[in-house]
Design a protein around this ligand. Structure first.
Ligand code: SF4
Length: 286
């Protein structure tokens, strides 16, 4: 496969070493974050270096996944309903049939778990509402809580570079390449603590409804909480990646969270293999 100069630059920024046969760069001239990443095994002089292995793709279906019903397009914003108020601990009924406008206003006013009291704002998600790709992360952090958008800051910048490397973007200038990005939790856990099980269970219907509305061709689940919540498992990412799972009939590929990759650059090559798997799944979906 031949890569554009921009894709090669993005992969270097991800910290993925040059492993494709056509590359013959002089690494000493490219001092980026990739310098901290380990060098993949090098073949004999003159021979191409093998890419990180993209594992075979047995399909693992989640047993509780219900069939997805056809979903209509969201109505015009003029139909935006009034916020649905709910007491603490209760989630409004009918989330599984809400359109985009109702879902947005319901999440914005939700207090179905204690995080509703400590957040600055709920972080609903961003991107194209009928994107082929959906990215699912864990929960808003401090900056996301302040700005109202998922995956901002350094981890968000790395996610953007990862998306660009496979010709995707969260920007609005190229709808055909857009993704929809959402978190399992819509509100920030105080002090960035881990999400609690009851918070995940209360918030999960919103994410599942987002998936039903987007109807993506592939979901990329990033990080332990997103993966374990979506797949209903306690297995670590290392045992779940490299396979295609299904949730609500949608193929799901799992990978590491960009924040983890910033702390563990050695695993960026594994994340790149996961992106390649997800891209393959998307291509097969037509
Ligand atoms: S985290 Fe989810 S369930 Fe909890 S208050 Fe926010 S939107 Fe509601």
């Amino acid at each position: 496969m031949r890569w554009t100069e921009r894709q090669r630059a993005m992969l270097r920024e991800m910290g993925v070493p040059p492993f494709w046969p056509e590359e013959a760069e002089a690494p000493a001239e490219t001092v980026t974050e990739s310098a901290a990443a380990p060098v993949l095994p090098v073949a004999a002089a003159g021979a191409p270096v093998a890419p990180p292995a993209v594992p075979q793709r047995p399909v693992a279906a989640t047993p509780a996944a219900p069939a997805r019903a056809p979903i209509g397009r969201p109505p015009a914003m003029a139909d935006k309903p009034a916020p649905i108020e709910a007491p603490l601990g209760a989630r409004p009924a009918g989330v599984d049939t809400m359109d985009w406008a109702a879902l947005r206003t319901t999440v914005a006013s939700c207090h179905a778990c204690s995080l509703g009291a400590s957040r600055k704002q709920a972080v609903f998600g961003v991107g194209h509402e009928q994107a082929d790709w959906m990215i699912v992360g864990e929960a808003p952090g401090e900056q996301e809580d302040r700005e109202g958008e998922p995956f901002v800051g350094r981890a968000g910048q790395l996610l953007d570079r990862m998306l660009h490397a496979i010709d995707l973007t969260r920007g609005e200038d190229a709808p055909a390449r857009q993704v929809f990005i959402a978190n399992v939790l819509k509100c920030r856990p105080p002090a960035n603590r881990n999400p609690q099980p009851q918070e995940v269970s209360q918030c999960e219907p919103y994410l599942l409804r987002q998936m039903a509305l987007v109807q993506p061709k592939v979901v990329l689940a990033m990080g332990r909480f997103a993966v374990q919540s979506l797949l209903k498992t306690s297995e670590p990412i290392g045992k779940l990646r490299g396979r295609v799972h299904t949730v609500q009939g949608v193929p799901v590929v799992v990978t590491y969270h960009p924040a983890y990759l910033l702390r563990n650059p050695a695993d960026k090559a594994l994340a790149w293999a996961d992106l390649c798997l997800a891209r393959e799944v998307r291509a097969e979906a037509g």
